[in-house]
Write a protein that binds this ligand. Sequence first.
Ligand code: PGA
Length: 250
Amino acid sequence: MRDKIVAGNWKMNNDLAQTEDLLSNIKKLYKEKEGVRVIVAPSFTNLHHAFESLRELPVDVAAQNMNENSDGAYTGEVSGQMLTSIGIKTVILGHSERRAIYKETDELLAKKVNAALENDMEVIFCCGEELGERKTEKHFEVVKRQLEKGLFHVPEANWNKVVIAYEPVWAIGTGETASPEQAQEMHAFIRKTVAEKYGNEVANDVAILYGGSVKPGNAQEIFAKEDVDGGLIGGASLKAEDFMAIVEAF
Ligand code: PGA
């Protein structure tokens, strides 16, 4: 049985005081929901604090990015070893903002995936097409390429450390959500693509999250779809009430 996951991507939001506030509200509102894993991804500076603060709850803390090298002269970067040394065992890689703004390529992401796995970390690997690509019906092709180039070098034995997040770029932070049918269609395609490469068992076990303007009001109908195993939540994860309501939506 694959995991059901609700992960909050806080992006570059929340200083220490705001982080403390959000964490304390999450702790107040958190109710264990059987079979649903909850993850939050604060910025690097708040990871240690979040990890310590959430120790008492079954809520995991993830990084939003990491460097592909193990150490060395990479000013401003953070390695997998640094993350695991403070207890962080999950990292989001390939978010569309990293791809678009920081020019992270499929090839670079493949290296980052390796670095994470070498540190025994779990990877939430993001993929998704831009609006123009959907309009010209290239969305399946684009997502397939992102998977093939960024993820499909991973040996089968490591797939228990892989989560996929499908995030159509046109739905991120725009208020526009893919319809549940559009999400299901792409998630089924992703699962089929994984099955073609790794077989049905790996494909059935991998959690595929949907991301892009998920809110308390639309989470339930999206999560109800067969191949949608949860969500990667941006804006709505910054408010504990909304985030916990999305967890409740399962
Ligand atoms: P959003 O962001 O929920 O604000 O659309 C999702 C994401 O970027 O992961």
